[in-house]
Unconditional design. Structure first.
Length: 494
């Protein structure tokens, strides 16, 4: 079998599948309207990234838009009830009589400025998202195959490709790229792209034997983490749950001499520390506090400064971020998000279209971490890291529920990690199948697992076929609409 598949490169094949799928889906809704600069319309007509770019060009941190005197006069401008009848910039931070964008600067630094210097234009938002989705479609398979080669020896390369492709789809990165209010989803796709790139370089460095190569990988991994942090803090925070165990058990407790350890840790931490310093300085310059990112000053659906973490909300967070299924709108003949209202007697809870990760059966295999922990053959570092990552997903779901509410885009903060854990859980089952001596039982097991993966892919396409006001419409003349979009009548009863 191995000799007959020498030509088969799992990483290359998976990247081709992921990139092709990404473009097929993106082309079903894409738009390519670049923005002139200087701006032709009033500043309030543009998204916060363009507004912040404009502010930087004018040598200031605050957005170039006059605050209504009525807003300034309010006792609590963050209370939506008090703001009724007052003109204001929606979902911007308001502080000390000025508007600010609380969205991170990574898209401005990595795409908007370079494209502007090259063309004199600002790149269309959907094209910005496409760039980040493309990065993810290339780097994510490389990350998985790196882990598979380490922890799935003996598993067929064809099976590795199938697991990796299922994992890529299950991360729902494609869905995040279709978000209608693009500035929310630019933050998501940028943060995911760079934290995935970080993970690839980080683990590549951990697995590397050569000290110099380890340092180079760690150095650039730190840069990717800093870029993810400056795109969306929550996404970078979730990564801490796999970073810390590996750093402690592989970089600190390892057998290498103290000098090499310090050099490697310094390489990993250099850009991370620089990113923190820039972020905290930027925060302090705007909001007089290094740890204030502007979220407490949002002009949005509720007074976010009153949102608090509450452990009693954990059950609801799990229910809506993990268990919720998409709905079949038979009257309209379409798939829709679940948007059932969640009533809280003591506070307002933001609820928009949502879907749970476990509506994709494959994602439940992230729970295989519990089984893997019991297997003696696996290293302690692997067991702890895998378990910590799964727990990190639950914690981030709970934090997002308490501090933000419920909408599918908040899944972006942890869906990638969950999909990686699910892939490793599925890989573990195929790996264990090698030790089954009865060929019939082995064939039945592997056939069932393959069927399960294919069914999970189908379920992802059910979700990708959702039609909602939160998503761009899928054009009916596109390849995806004609051949891949799942019709309502085909999922009824499933």
């Amino acid at each position: 079998m191995k000799n007959s598949l020498k030509w088969f490169n799992p990483t290359r094949i998976t990247i081709i599948l992921c990139v092709a799928t990404m473009f097929i889906y993106w082309l079903s809704y894409m738009g390519m309207h670049n923005v002139d600069y200087p701006l032709l319309n009033k500043v309030s007509d543009y998204d916060p990234y363009i507004q912040q770019f404009d502010a930087f060009k004018k040598g200031q941190l605050h957005l170039d838009w006059q605050v209504d005197d009525k807003l300034v006069a309010l006792d609590n401008p963050y209370d939506p009830e008090e703001r009724k009848g007052v003109d204001f910039l929606w979902d911007r931070a308001y502080y000390d009589g000025k508007y600010y964008s609380y969205f991170g600067i990574t898209p401005i630094v990595t795409i908007m400025y370079p494209f502007y210097l090259f063309s004199g234009l600002l790149l269309a938002p959907l094209l910005i998202q496409m760039v980040y989705m493309l990065i993810f479609a290339i780097v994510f398979p490389k990350l998985l195959m790196l882990l598979f080669d380490r922890y799935g020896k003996g598993v067929s390369p064809v099976i590795k490709v199938l697991i990796a492709y299922t994992s890529y789809l299950s991360s729902l990165n494609l869905l995040f790229g279709r978000g209608r209010n693009t500035f929310y989803y630019i933050a998501c796709t940028a943060a995911i792209a760079f934290i995935t790139w970080f993970a690839y370089l980080f683990f590549k460095g951990v697995f590397e034997e050569d000290h110099k190569k380890r340092c180079i990988n760690f150095l650039f991994a730190g840069l990717m983490f800093a870029l993810s942090f400056h795109a969306r803090v929550n996404t970078a925070f979730t990564a801490v749950f796999f970073i810390v165990p590996v750093v402690i058990m592989k970089l600190i407790i390892g057998k290498k001499d103290i000098k090499k350890k310090l050099i490697e840790l310094s390489c990993l931490g250099a850009f991370v520390l620089a990113g923190f310093i820039i972020s905290f300085t930027y925060n302090n310059a705007r909001f007089d506090s290094p740890l204030e990112f502007g979220t407490n000053y949002q002009l949005t659906v509720g007074d976010t400064s009153k949102y608090k973490l509450d452990i009693s909300e954990f059950d609801d967070a799990f229910k809506y971020y993990y268990e919720a299924e998409p709905l079949e709108d038979l009257k309209e003949g379409r798939m829709v998000f679940n948007d059932k209202e969640i009533k809280k007697p003591d506070r307002y809870l933001y609820v928009a279209g949502y879907v749970g990760l476990y509506s994709i059966p494959f994602m439940m295999f992230s729970l295989m971490a519990v089984v893997i922990v019991a297997i003696k053959e696996k290293s302690l570092a692997y067991k702890i890291t895998l378990t910590s990552t799964v727990i990190g997903g639950f914690i981030m779901a709970w934090m997002n529920f308490c501090l933000g509410g419920v909408i599918f885009r908040y899944l972006a903060d942890f869906s990638t990690e969950v999909s990686v854990c699910a892939a490793l859980g599925m890989l573990f089952l195929f790996e264990q199948g090698q030790f089954i001596e009865n060929k019939k039982i082995k064939i039945i097991l592997e056939t069932c697992l393959v069927a399960f993966l294919l069914y999970s892919i189908y379920k992802v396409f059910v979700i990708l076929s959702i039609e909602s006001g939160n998503l761009f419409d899928i054009r009916e003349d596109t390849f995806f609409a004609k051949y891949l979009k799942v019709k309502v009548e085909s999922v009824v009863g499933k």
